[in-house]
Design a protein around this ligand. Sequence first.
Ligand code: GLV
Length: 326
Amino acid sequence: MSKPRVLVTWPYTFPEADELLKRETEVIYHKEERPMSRQELMEAMADKEGLLCMLFDRIDGEVLDAAPQLKVVSNLGVGLDNIDMEAATKRGVVVTHTPGTLTEATADLGWALLMATARLIPQAHEFTRSGKFIGLRYHLFLGKDLVGKTLGIYGMGRIGTAVARRARGFNMKIIYHNRRPNPEGERETGARYVSFQELLKESDFLVIVAPLTPETRGRFGMEEFRQMKREAILINIGRGPIVKEKELAQALKEGIIWGAGLDVYEREPQVEEDLLVLDRVVLTPHIGSAAVETRSAMALVAAENLVRVLKGEKPLHSPNWKNLRK
Ligand code: GLV
């Protein structure tokens, strides 16, 4: 029996995932290290039953219509805002993703950004590397203490809870805001549920971990920054469009908040120009889950999800598999 044809939109995955794909499918990898154009994607999908895609591939109704044999879209990542779920479900296409695999790595990156921003690490590193260190100076790179401060989390899901768990080691007060309270997260971390306004007012460090939804899009703008402490630091490891980037740059410039650390951007891969030149900003290029072990595990789960659906089995993680079985 011939194997199902599958497209992977990047030139490689990781060895275990690659092995599984090659064993169970007839896999074609996109050949270049750049996202496929929409046209390329649609052409390549014409005869495929499975698609293993990345967060930068936008999968909507038009793209799905170009793939009449498609059974499964397996997203390499947890966020699903790049996929039109309704369009996929309407066409009977199962969508899968990789929650759980990247929780700890993403929480680590959130903390790395938080500490780097609070203590101006990249700026100090650059200073030292460029030969400017001529001796200890008591006013050089004055940052912010962490211990005993209030950590606010916007989006207390798996990753938010993992971020909160780490704060206990810093003896921080932990507060959070979600659509709904998360009693399990509270039990595990001692975090307290607060209103959105309280989160803004009380947080010394406010970490955004929420997914992008119609409710979270543009949730943080000048009006919100004005309600925050002047000494506050904002970290975004959720999705870029949750923060109005131009307004953030303005708030930082005017000293409305103290600093910001971002891993995700409103118009990725573009970064708001004003942010590039500000002093108290630390920027990373969407590397939340970029640790070898984590990315390897994500790739394997994505491959496993894909292969399972093609075999008619239940995938490990899918928001619409159950609906399509009805
Ligand atoms: C990363 O941003 C993910 O959603 O996996």
